[in-house]
Design a protein around this ligand. Structure first.
Ligand SMILES: Nc1nc2c(c(=O)[nH]1)N[C@H]1C(S)=C(S)[C@@H](COP(=O)(O)OP(=O)(O)OC[C@H]3O[C@@H](n4cnc5c(=O)[nH]c(N)nc54)[C@H](O)[C@@H]3O)O[C@H]1N2
Ligand SMILES: Nc1nc2c(c(=O)[nH]1)N[C@H]1C(S)=C(S)[C@@H](COP(=O)(O)OP(=O)(O)OC[C@H]3O[C@@H](n4cnc5c(=O)[nH]c(N)nc54)[C@H](O)[C@@H]3O)O[C@H]1N2
Ligand SMILES: [Mo]
Length: 790
């Protein structure tokens, strides 16, 4: 399929990685290459020496061995280091350990590379040519050095001065018929100060169109927790992890995506706590680990277990599974009567719902047998302090909100909220995604927040709700959004339905990306397009008043300062706050907001934040203390900010999950060697896979039934709710320990399969873990030709 876009013909096949053409091997987003494709079961403990070797390879590749190690030492340490931009797992509370992990190091060194994507690079390569490069190749060219503007005549990005870039954005925004014709995306990398200024600019401009990566990530958790306990965050902190005697890990690949969680899990195992992994896949963290910071253990190969029980539900089966456990808790009258009477509403309805849900329904909807569910319940009833943690396996589902609410129901039954060592714990993704929400990135802001913003900042923020990620895509398609601004991230690849997303971005009059490295979103652009390069988390940020610190909030509500130490990758880079201020000045001719003063001294931004945001009083002082400070979480103190003033039980029905005749349910996920859309290599160490990303992990029996052998080339077709189909071609099938009827593969390649129209009505989240697919060996004749291929 060829399409005409932004003044040129493009071949969709060339640029949509992961898709491939019929009859060929699909290229992935990784480096590719000639290495032999292989898979073997991974039997080594997670982290430890394998991780150390892998870190070494990355450091050598980025030509940063010495500086890399020095930066590692500064990362996550109290006393002026920078916050690891890897994941949102909190720092070690005592600061005793050098608690760093393989993937954090990879992430940091990726930013610190010596290589540069400068004006000579852009002069040498047309955008159409770059569109054929892999995503790995684009980012591997190094850091961006100066603002660039797309020039249609030469099909190249050409240098533009900062003031001209700001003026161009200003003129586009001022020309719009309404402020709602622009959308302002955020990726969870942004620190609190930039976040706050960004939403201030957008709301002063006049819209709540603030889609963000959370809309694809933990939106379901926020909505569910708000409805159940009155605040959209978890209630536990890192010291609770040290006291729990039962921990559930649901739908998280901890060893790859929150590796420092292994430290907490092994500590729990050592003191005899039970650790249950609930995941259709048996992931590495459910076995044994070498604790990341225990170098002695690395030397002696001493491992500790990080799991005591594995439960493998079908994809989307968690709601039914938790319901089964709750049913047993009621049957055995193992509930905390006093807590329930004082603190909750809706118990009777929920009890009736559990009683009315039959075991046949529970077993079929969860994919787990009754005996296993009963033994899970035995463990839950025996425990005194239970933490339930979860990530995308739970949230990126049609019934994500109902499932998180069911988790809270179960915790409430035994008073496991607002007590030491117990509570709900969403594992957040981006290092500051939770802080972004705290600081106002929300397309559905509360009236109370807007009132305080209006008063503290003397603006009139719009009151109507704005667009989330999926709604933004649709609005761009329909011409209702004409300007797209991406504050970090890689929207083109991260969003669902790649072809639809590409068309949406190309229909814009202007696309703007504030980025550190070249990525796909710069190549899939509007008629006018800008790349605005910014400082990274590791770099020194000097403004008129001197060196600045920023603040971030981790998964457990700790706010602390982060200070970069490195010389900026280029003298022409600006900080994110400075870029936002420039854009605001250019688009708001009558603004009375002191943008320059804010940028001159970030303490002034924090002073204003303290007047708008709950719990930020004294932030300038408190964030600079070692480890910062904990934002108050009322539910932790059993103060429930719900309409009734009590924690609310939910009453959700069990979802129908059967993918239908011959179909499988497929979830997309990350490999060990990638950070969202940044793919470091084509390997996935803990799943034992080498040199392959365009893969479908399948159950052996399904493969036999479908006549597919290991590494056979397969095509995958997805079936959307509206009957349309999408396909990827030339993937390889790999047998894996996953329940029959289920399959898995990698994001972002498989976003091609994820229809933009298929999102959860409860959260607006695209169903990235819930795709109805058919897998066919290449050469087999299609058994179903219904639907329209996009
Ligand atoms: N190194 C590294 N770290 C990261 C990231 C990264 O890309 N690389 N990304 C960051 C971001 S933004 C996020 S949001 C997090 C993501 O962290 P994860 O949630 O761990 O991300 P995924 O790789 O999508 O893995 C989802 C897990 O859910 C399981 N799963 C799938 N379907 C179901 C289901 O129906 N039920 C259950 N119980 N489990 C299921 C999968 O088998 C897999 O183990 O990690 C963050 N940290
Ligand atoms: N199919 C499928 N799709 C998914 C998911 C899934 O599980 N399955 N997961 C979803 C989830 S949970 C998320 S969070 C999204 C991720 O979506 P995004 O946050 O949009 O994507 P990232 O890949 O994290 O963004 C990487 C880019 O960020 C830029 N960057 C890096 N550091 C900085 C910085 O300090 N400042 C600025 N301004 N830019 C920087 C670099 O240019 C880099 O190319 O993807 C979602 N998409
Ligand atoms: Mo995420």
């Amino acid at each position: 399929m060829r399409r005409f876009a932004a003044g040129r013909w493009l071949s969709g096949m060339d640029e949509i990685r992961g898709r491939g053409g019929p009859g060929t091997d699909a290229p992935g987003c990784g480096p590719g290459g000639s290495g032999a494709v292989a898979q073997r079961d991974y039997t080594h403990p997670s982290a430890g020496w394998g991780a150390a070797r892998s870190v070494g390879e990355v450091l050598v590749r980025s030509r940063e061995p010495v500086a890399g190690v020095r930066a590692m030492l500064k990362m996550n340490q109290e006393g002026g280091g920078f916050d690891c931009p890897g994941c949102a797992w909190p720092d070690d509370p005592e600061g005793l350990h050098l608690d760093l992990c393989e993937n954090g190091v990879k992430h940091v060194t990726w930013e610190m590379t010596h290589k540069r994507t400068d004006r000579d690079f852009f002069a040498a390569h047309a955008v159409t040519e770059l569109s054929g490069w892999s995503d790995h190749a684009l980012e591997a060219r190094g850091r961006l050095t100066e603002p660039m503007r797309y020039d249609a005549a030469t099909d190249r990005y050409v240098p533009i001065g900062w003031d001209d870039a700001f003026a161009l954005v200003g003129s586009h925004l001022r020309a719009l018929g309404s402020p709602h014709e622009a959308a302002f995306y955020t990726s969870g990398r942004l620190a609190n100060e930039a976040t706050f200024l960004y939403q201030l600019w957008v709301r002063e401009f006049g819209t709540n169109n603030l889609p963000d990566c959370s809309n694809m990530c933990h939106e379901a958790s926020g909505r569910a927790l708000t409805a159940s306990i009155g605040t959209g965050k978890g209630t536990v902190d890192i010291t609770d992890w040290e006291k729990a005697d039962l921990i559930w890990v649901m739908g998280v690949n901890a060893a790859s995506n929150a590796p420092r969680m292994l430290t907490a899990l092994s500590g729990a195992a050592k003191r005899g706590a039970a650790i249950v992994h609930i995941n259709p896949l048996i992931e590495a963290a459910s076995r044994r680990t070498i604790v990341p910071h225990e170098f002695l253990a690395m030397g002696t190969f001493h491992t500790t277990p990080t799991g005591t029980m594995n439960v493998q539900p079908r994809i989307g089966g968690d709601l039914a599974l938790v319901r089964g456990v709750a049913k047993v808790v009621f049957e055995r009258d193992a509930i905390d009567h006093e807590f329930l009477a004082r603190h909750t509403t809706g118990l009777a309805t929920y009890r009736a719902r559990c009683a009315g849900t039959s075991w046949a329904e529970i077993v079929s909807a969860s994919g787990v047998d009754e005996a296993t569910i009963r033994s899970l319940a035995d463990g839950y009833i025996a425990a005194h302090r239970t933490i339930i943690s979860w990530c995308l396996g739970v949230t990126q589902q049609e019934h994500g909100v109902d499932t998180v609410r069911e988790i809270v129901n179960l915790l409430l039954l035994r008073g496991n909220i607002g007590r030491e060592g117990a509570g709900p714990c969403p594992i957040r993704g981006h290092s500051n995604v939770q802080g972004n929400r705290t600081c106002g990135i929300d397309h559905r802001p509360s009236a109370a927040f807007l009132d305080r913003l209006a008063e503290a900042c003397a603006i009139e923020p719009p009151r109507e709700h704005g667009l989330d990620t999926v709604a933004t895509l649709r609005a761009m398609h329909e011409g209702r959004v004409r300007v797209f601004v991406g504050m970090g991230g890689n929207f083109a690849l991260a969003a669902p339905d790649t072809a639809y997303t590409f068309d949406a971005l190309r229909s814009c009059a202007l696309t703007v990306h504030v980025s550190t490295k070249l990525n796909r979103s710069h190549l899939v652009h509007g008629t006018d397009a800008l790349i605005l390069p910014c400082l990274g988390r590791t770099e020194r940020d000097v403004q008129a008043s001197g060196e600045q610190v920023v603040t971030v909030e981790d998964s457990m509500s700790m706010v602390h300062a982060s200070r970069g130490h490195r010389r900026p990758a280029s003298p022409l880079l600006l900080s994110e706050p400075a870029i936002i201020a420039g854009l605001a000045r250019a688009s708001l001719p009558h603004t009375r907001t002191p943008w320059e003063e804010y940028v001159a001294d970030y303490d002034r931004i924090r002073d204003t934040m303290a007047r708008v945001l709950d719990g930020f009083e004294g932030v300038n002082h408190r964030a600079r203390q070692p480890h910062g400070f904990r934002l108050r979480q009322p539910a932790r103190e059993r103060v429930w900010l719900t309409p009734t003033g009590r924690a609310a039980f939910s009453d959700g029905g069990l979802p129908a999950l059967d993918p239908g005749d011959g179909c499988l349910m497929l979830g997309t996920m990350r490999s060990h060697d990638q950070w969202n859309t940044t793919v470091y290599s084509d390997n996935d160490r803990y799943r034992g896979l080498r040199n392959l990303r365009t893969v479908v992990f399948m159950n052996r029996d399904d493969m036999r039934r479908l006549g597919i052998a290991e590494f056979d080339r397969v095509d995958v077709t997805s079936y959307a709710k509206d009957g349309s189909t999408r396909g990827v071609y030339g993937y390889r099938a790999v047998a894996y320990d996953i329940p029959p009827g289920n399959a898995a593969g990698y994001m972002p390649e498989m976003n091609v399969l994820c229809a933009a129209g298929d999102y959860s009505p409860q959260s607006g989240q695209p169903l990235m873990k819930h795709l109805r697919v058919r897998v066919r060996r290449v050469g087999q004749s299609p058994t179903d030709t219904s639907g329209t291929e996009r």
